[in-house]
Design a protein around this ligand. Structure first.
Ligand code: CMC
Length: 392
């Protein structure tokens, strides 16, 4: 109606100007603040990349030390939030638990009031610090195990792994290969411009909703299987193919048949019409880690490689430019690290956190910001008169 343009799924509508992440989907290029993802994955750490995404420049040594310390100082969560986990049923999916935990954080923070720089920075440090703690607790809760307090002597990633896999009675032995792989995976997820969860954070925040509540909305958006939930769905798909002994060819035929209503999970992307550069990096790591761990033999990795090969040479996928996306290989690595499938999307959330925060900060400080309010094309009834109950 009028000047309204119909753009379902916002496929062609830019809703903001952003200086954070650049993607060229046809060329398979991804850069944070101008730095290629390949270089960051190889040379940076997750906290350093988070600083870059949040503040626009790579930190100096002093800036990184300061940021690391500020984040470390806030890793403990209020005992009441820790106790809150007890009310959730055992085996609760950790994503809604994470979202509830982030919402609760807002209740325990003064930095939800106002948008001055100090409060925003304090909320940034608290979220960066506490989300991994809540994530680890959501996992411990799902398996009915006691939680561990953070260990300040460890790095961000090491501490998270220890809180996830350590027990009260046994020291957790850190494995350098796992720590490095986790750093890389988190870096690869740190931002991805206006994806569904980030757009959600911006839309909620555009009503001047505080950072905590905006980020917990992002967690909920990420949960869906077409978005972050795809990493769990990929592993379930690979397991299903292996368990039922379905041939890769039959599976590919099934997802091509629209009546099956199934998709090849971990394939396709709204923006990448070429190989997702993140998938290329993860594939190399998956191969190294899985081959090392499984004595050179990992059945699900073999199925994934076969699926990729079959899809990339099939006209259905070629014509539609469907390539493996970031979620295609991540689950295999997470599983090799010992995470259960329902934790995979939580790991994505920890990685995406600096991006959500950076995008919210950019939006809230943008003088051109307006409340998000899409239009619609009405297709319902024209006006009609109310019908009394006995006449319906
Ligand atoms: N398997 C089979 N067919 C597919 C797939 C797939 N994975 N993805 C897209 N198609 C087909 C789709 O049926 C459509 O065919 P047609 O033109 O004949 O109707 C065509 O390709 C275009 O698909 P679309 O749904 O219009 O594309 P979109 O940009 O709206 O969706 C997507 C993008 C990522 C939601 C979709 O590719 C998908 O559902 N993939 C599987 C789920 C997945 O891996 N999601 C993770 C995305 S990357 C990380 C993240 O965002 O979290």
């Amino acid at each position: 109606t009028g000047d309204t343009t119909f753009d379902i799924g916002f496929a062609n509508t830019a809703v903001c100007k952003s200086a954070i992440t650049y993607i060229d989907g046809d060329a398979g290029v991804l850069q944070y603040r101008g730095y290629p993802i390949e270089q960051l994955a190889e040379k940076s750490t997750f906290l350093e990349t988070s600083y870059l995404v949040l503040y626009g420049e790579l930190p100096t040594k002093e800036q990184l030390e300061d940021f690391t310390e500020k984040v470390a100082n806030h890793m403990v969560i209020d005992e009441r939030i820790r106790e809150m986990f007890r009310i959730f049923p055992r085996r609760s999916h950790p994503m809604p638990v994470l979202s509830a935990g982030v919402t609760a954080l807002g209740l325990f923070s003064q930095d939800t009031i106002g948008f001055d720089d100090d409060r925003i920075d304090a909320a940034t440090h608290r979220l960066m610090a506490k989300v991994p703690t809540i994530a680890a607790y959501s996992y411990k809760n799902s398996i009915g195990m006691p939680t561990l307090y953070p260990d300040y002597s460890l790095s961000y990633v090491e501490n998270f792994l220890r809180m996830s896999f350590g027990t009260v009675s046994q020291p957790y032995e850190l494995d350098d290969e796992v720590v490095k792989a986790m750093e890389v995976l988190l870096i690869l997820h740190a931002d991805h411009e206006q994806n569904c969860s980030t757009s959600t954070v911006r839309l909620v925040g555009s009503a001047q909703t505080n950072l905590y509540q905006s980020v917990s909305s992002g967690v909920n958006a990420l949960y869906g299987p077409l978005h972050g939930g795809a990493n769990q769905a990929v592993l379930e798909m690979l397991d299903d193919i292996a368990d039922r002994g379905i041939s890769v060819k039959d599976y590919v035929n099934k997802v091509k048949d629209k009546s099956s209503n199934e998709r090849l999970m971990g394939f396709g992307h709204r923006v990448y019409k070429n190989y997702d550069p993140r998938a290329a990096i993860i594939k190399k790591h998956a191969d190294a880690i899985l081959r090392n761990r499984a004595g050179g033999n990992d059945r699900l990795l073999d199925i994934a490689l076969e699926l990729e090969e079959a899809a990339l040479s099939d006209p259905y996928f070629v014509e539609r430019k469907l390539y493996p996306n970031v979620d295609f290989y991540t689950g295999l690595i997470y599983r090799a690290m010992g995470f259960p499938t329902d934790m995979f999307t939580v790991l994505f959330a920890i990685g995406r956190l600096p991006g959500w925060i950076a995008q919210w900060r950019e939006m809230i400080k943008d003088p051109a910001n307006k409340i998000g309010r899409p239009r619609q094309i009405y297709i319902g009834h024209t006006e009609r008169d109310y019908v009394a109950m006995d006449a319906r």
